[in-house]
Design a protein around this ligand. Structure first.
Ligand code: FAD
Length: 509
């Protein structure tokens, strides 16, 4: 029997390489493209901040426009997802719900709830993978049912699996014409994307990143024109404090699925095929997509992945609880201009370079403040446009040397790190205008400037801009000893993500 289908968008807000929506259209006489804006669910699962809300609404508007161009429309319905589905399944006489399969526990829980509802109300559920390169379950199976815990082991498994699945074709007007138009599509006004003010979201803060598939594809095409840059991309050589992103800046689009990682992967392969030499994982652009895949794989099969307690791969550390210091870090008030400029960019734009993330994450955790990575992860979750369950937690564990990263004696200096690539401090001047008139020699440590220089710069340290909140050398030396001790005491756990020991052995050491 041909289906009457609700296609439920969650991530995957795109019409290119969308296997689930394609399958829905191929198997149905009517398809209702729906986004359920369940604010309670979104806030409890993801704690979205203002910039993320704007990005989501813009992405939905773009999807609505693009669907309209193909003779369909996006129906945005506000409310608790289970109730909304229950109502509309009856109202529209639905016998199939299609949705992308996701790996986050909150989305898996939602899918289970929909399955139960399906059994109760008599509709089928079809969920296909669209957000990762590989079927993560196959990677786990190939590794004996557990996640590979090092990138090297992960790459080895992928080499056995071969290339990722090819992207599916773009959707066209014909795909939508094959189905009867749903009468409700003419009522699109009732199902419009809410305005920020409808949701009481301030319009004051706007990021230079505009949400949506159209914008994502434009940015992607722009990068792909520069084939030499793509072929030679070497992540550690990119610059954290350049005034425009020195990497692709595509992460917000991958995060909501406005862009397909598979399409990007194969576009990169085409460029590599035409280049005499190209960079390789882990530092190449495909290597970056594989880092993403790596964290998705480990997260999908590790209990309590976003927490320290109960997380078998994470060192159990007695971090300090210091709300005041955490607040200063969050609010860009540490007194270290490099750290504060990065946190300001995060607040204003919702995106910062990978190495800038290194700098502030190391500072908060093992470097200076010895505050839990979970606190930092929560701040990133709220503010990053690309905030992602698996990648965020995975990288925070990395930076805090709680898992994956083992050269814990390498602590980033909040003064020297930024200076290497931006000795004049242009980045600091942009994001901390209060320091803009400081001579370059003091810009990374303005507290060392003589009083006269501070007066001339129109900024007295301790009055117009904070004094450094701690002595970096003392704090980092002390923390290094703490970390050394933790790693000696929890040798087994530390070795797990070095690939030297198995789950079972680690926890019996
Ligand atoms: P590019 O260098 O152009 O890479 C292309 C794509 O590869 C990215 O868009 C992203 O999807 C993926 N990628 C790149 N680096 C990584 C990485 N280290 N791990 C996993 N995937 C990667 N990235 C997120 O997408 N969401 C997060 O919540 C997130 N939190 C982070 C937290 C910390 C503490 C750190 C150190 C890094 C975090 N990252 C996160 C990873 C990385 O910083 C961003 O993916 C990257 O900076 C995004 O910029 P880009 O798109 O220009 O990356």
């Amino acid at each position: 029997m041909p289906h009457r289908t609700i296609h439920l968008f969650r991530k995957g807000l795109r019409l290119h390489d969308n296997p689930t929506l394609l399958a829905a259209l191929e198997s149905s006489e009517v398809v209702y493209p729906v986004y359920i804006l369940d604010r309670k669910f979104l806030m409890s699962a993801m704690n979205m901040g203002t910039l993320r809300w704007h990005f989501l609404l813009q992405s939905l508007e773009d999807l609505q426009r693009n669907l309209t161009k193909l003779g369909s429309c996006l129906l945005v319905i506000q409310g608790e997802y289970k109730l909304v589905l229950r109502d509309h399944i009856k109202k529209w006489n639905i016998n199939q719900v299609t949705l992308d399969a996701e790996i986050e526990p909150f989305y898996k829980e939602m899918e289970r709830t929909i399955q139960v509802l399906g059994r109760e109300m008599g509709f089928d559920v079809l969920s296909l993978r669209g957000h990762t390169l590989y079927d993560i379950r196959r990677i786990l199976d190939m590794n004996g049912g557990t996640p590979p815990l090092t990138y090297k082991r992960f790459l080895h498994i992928l080499s056995v699996l071969g290339d990722p699945d090819m992207p599916v074709r773009n959707l066209t007007t014909e795909d939508f014409q094959r189905c009867k138009p749903a009468p409700e599509l003419h009522l699109a006004e009732c199902y419009r994307v809410p305005l920020p003010e409808d949701l009481e979201i301030s319009r004051d803060s706007q990021s230079p990143w505009r949400g949506g598939e159209t914008e994502g594809l434009q940015r992607l095409e722009q990068h792909l024109k520069n084939q030499g840059w793509i072929a030679n991309f070497t992540k550690p050589k990119t610059i954290p404090n350049s005034l425009l992103p020195s990497t692709t800046g595509l992460s917000p689009y991958f995060s909501l699925g406005c862009l397909s990682v598979r399409s990007f992967f194969y576009r990169l392969s085409n460029i590599y095929a035409q280049s005499k030499n190209h960079s390789l994982p882990p530092v190449s652009l495909q290597g970056q997509l594989l880092w993403r895949e790596f964290f998705y794989t480990v997260a999908s099969a590790t209990p309590n992945f976003t927490k320290m307690a109960g997380n078998p791969i994470c060192l159990q550390i007695n971090w300090y609880q210091d709300a005041e210091r955490l607040h200063k870090w969050r609010m860009a008030q540490t007194g270290f201009p490099w750290i504060d400029a990065i946190m300001t960019q995060l607040h204003q734009e919702g995106w910062i370079h990978h190495l800038a993330r290194h700098a502030v994450a190391c500072f908060l955790t093992r470097g200076d403040l010895w505050i839990s990575w979970e606190e930092g992860m929560k701040v990133f979750e709220e503010m990053l446009l690309d905030a992602d369950y698996s990648i965020n937690a995975g990288n925070w564990m990395w930076l805090s040397a709680s898992a994956f990263f083992h050269q814990y004696t390498r602590i980033f200096c909040p003064v020297r790190f930024g200076k290497r690539t931006d000795p004049e401090g242009q980045y600091i001047r942009k994001y901390l205008p209060v320091l803009t008139n400081f001579p370059s020699k003091y810009i990374y440590e303005p507290w060392t400037a003589p009083e006269e220089a501070q007066k001339q710069a129109g900024c007295i340290i301790g009055q117009d801009y904070p004094l450094p909140m701690l002595n970096h050398k003392e704090a980092s030396d002390h923390n290094l000893q703490l970390m050394k001790q933790v790693r000696e005491e929890q040798y087994g756990t530390a070795q797990l993500t070095r690939g030297k020991i198995s789950y079972e052995t680690a926890h019996s050491v």
